[in-house]
Design a protein around this ligand. Sequence first.
Ligand code: 5GP
Length: 210
Amino acid sequence: MPSDNDGIMIILSSPSGAGKTTLVSLLSKLENFEVSISHTTRKPRQNETQDKDYYFVTEEKFNRLIKNEEFLEYAKVFNNFYGTTRTPVIDKLDKGKNVLFDIDWQGADQIKNKRLDYKLITFFILPPSKEVLFQRLSNRDMKDKLIAEERMKQFSRDVLHWINYDYVVINENLDNCYSKIYNLIKAEINNGSKDYDPDFIREHVKKLTS
Ligand code: 5GP
């Protein structure tokens, strides 16, 4: 049962390569913040751990979770399925934990539309420029330039969803970006004043999409 002591939900989405996963991991170190661990049918990357980064599952298992209506949201992203199971999230929120979600715009839309009785803050993280994004994507998947190029194309489509988020934050410098998000969360929780300039963001998006 929702109450005043419940935790809040904080969604971070971004086009691939904007640094969102690092930000989520930094925020998860804050007292009373926990990350929602997603299920995915994607194969683990070398540095990833089962049950910590993701629950890596077969498509068969994923389909079973869909059928049993266990997902709060799920979506297909880059040919793989990703989803958030409902029970662990609600359990954390009911215990007063703030839950961080590293999910794409489709999942963010689904959670928003559920209109749960928990406070929700949504962030969309953007890279400082398309050039920087390409560099970041190329470094990550050195072996396969095609993946970087494919994700650049995906970027042009994903960036258009910025408009549906409460806040858009530019990740030029990790520390600054983290502080910006942290301060906005604090301001939201305490009903304080928010350091946020929507006009600046609109101009930045214009540059990224031109
Ligand atoms: P990656 O494969 O690089 O870890 O993630 C690819 C994309 O899937 C990222 O944008 C990430 O935020 C998103 N994603 C990860 N988990 C979930 C989830 O549970 N639901 C949705 N909708 N997207 C997710």
